[in-house]
Ligand binder design. Structure first.
Ligand SMILES: [Zn+2]
Ligand SMILES: [Zn+2]
Length: 152
């Protein structure tokens, strides 16, 4: 069992505040196009926590469906991206940059490396995974697919 650290965070305007036990060793990069678009940034840094342990101590994020299988939460006032989750999962990602003290976390892996922008974030020694190689993600897409289109 890994050590969990109680961490706090929130959005830029301060309306939404949260507290959650975080495993500082389990943060990661996501380079997928949907995260890039949703963040307006070249990649997202996340830490993964249990939904049951995440407490919003002020306000709550506004959620939107970024795809048929995923939802993202952001402050309804200032727009800071705060969360990413699959509704069928017991866990949720928090954006590392919204933590009050993100400096204690380090990335453990890269996800969605098929969309990595190597001029900005070059490869390093950390493990990498392409989106299509992550079986739970592909299973969710397969279940959601009804002959319609899939985001590129
Ligand atoms: Zn805000
Ligand atoms: Zn992503």
């Amino acid at each position: 069992m890994t050590e969990l650290t109680i961490m706090t965070g929130g959005c830029a305007c301060g309306r939404v505040r949260y507290r959650a036990p975080v495993d500082p060793a389990q943060a990661y990069w996501c380079h997928c196009r949907m995260c890039q678009r949703a963040a307006g940034a070249i990649a997202m840094a996340y830490c993964n926590v249990a939904k049951a342990d995440l407490v919003f101590t002020s306000g709550a994020p506004v959620e939107w469906a970024s795809s048929p299988i995923a939802r993202r939460g952001r402050c309804g006032d200032c727009g800071t991206p705060l969360t990413f989750h699959y509704p069928d999962s017991a866990r949720i990602d928090l954006t590392v940059a919204s933590l009050d003290e993100p400096g204690g976390l380090a990335p453990s892996s890269h996800f969605g490396v098929e969309s990595r922008l190597p001029h900005w974030i070059p490869a390093d020694a950390l493990p990498e995974m392409r989106s299509e190689d992550y079986a739970p993600l592909q299973a969710r897409w397969a279940a959601a697919r009804t002959g319609g289109e899939e985001p590129a």
